[in-house]
Write a protein that binds this ligand. Structure first.
Ligand code: GRF
Length: 197
């Protein structure tokens, strides 16, 4: 399947997907496009370094969010994209993309959803005194960090662990889990398509 990855920041999960493509010939995805609302973020640089086409534009340069998403949609079509993997994309995806890619947009979130949705999930789990947190991959819908769960991985929160260490552990699990789940889900996006060279 031809997959678009959406990023707004560091892009370490994008990197995990790019690495998987490179290292595992049987992985059924090609990263066909990277989309970003932050043209200068590290994720965009990683995409360029890997030679992946990029569409990076700040939404405020467009008349509305709809127009912004229509511009993204045109690029997705141009690159013949089958499905979308959000990887640290810090915006709500709205109806233009949701309708065009219904059931084919997934997200990665650093908690055991429905616990701790939102932007500071790791810190929230820690400050709530939770005994465990984790990583969730889910289909997206109109809400924030809602939509059917595809896969989850538990991570214990030992007494006294600091936020930096816990965040590192979460990222480590994300980098392992996301490429596997994206590969599995993408088989359904276009099962007959063979891998591009
Ligand atoms: C990850 O923790 C992901 O769960 C969340 O945003 C973070 C992105 O990290 N949605 P990176 O940009 O892939 O390094």
């Amino acid at each position: 399947a031809r997959v678009a990855v959406f990023v707004s920041g560091e892009g370490s999960n994008l990197q995990a997907l790019l690495d998987r493509h490179k290292l595992m010939p049987s992985w059924p995805c090609t990263i066909a496009l990277v989309v970003s609302d932050k043209p200068w973020c590290r994720g965009v640089r990683r995409a360029r370094e890997a030679g992946v086409p990029v569409f990076a534009a700040e939404p405020r340069a467009f008349a509305s969010k709809q127009v912004y998403e229509q511009a993204i949609l045109a690029k997705l079509h141009e690159q013949d994209v089958d499905g979308i993997a959000l990887a640290g994309y810090m915006r709500i995806v709205s109806s233009v993309l949701l309708q065009a890619y219904r059931g084919r947009i997934i997200n990665l979130h650093p908690s055991l959803l429905p616990a701790f949705p939102g932007k500071s999930a790791v810190a929230d789990a820690l400050s709530a005194g939770a005994m465990e947190t984790g990583v969730t991959v889910h289909y997206i819908d109109e809400g924030v960090d809602t939509g059917p769960v595809i896969a989850q991985w538990r991570i214990p929160i030992p007494d006294g662990i600091d936020i930096g260490t816990l965040t590192e552990r979460v990222h480590h699990i994300e980098h392992l889990l996301y490429p596997v789940v994206v590969g599995e889900v993408a088989e359904n996006w276009r099962p007959s398509r063979s891998r591009q060279p």
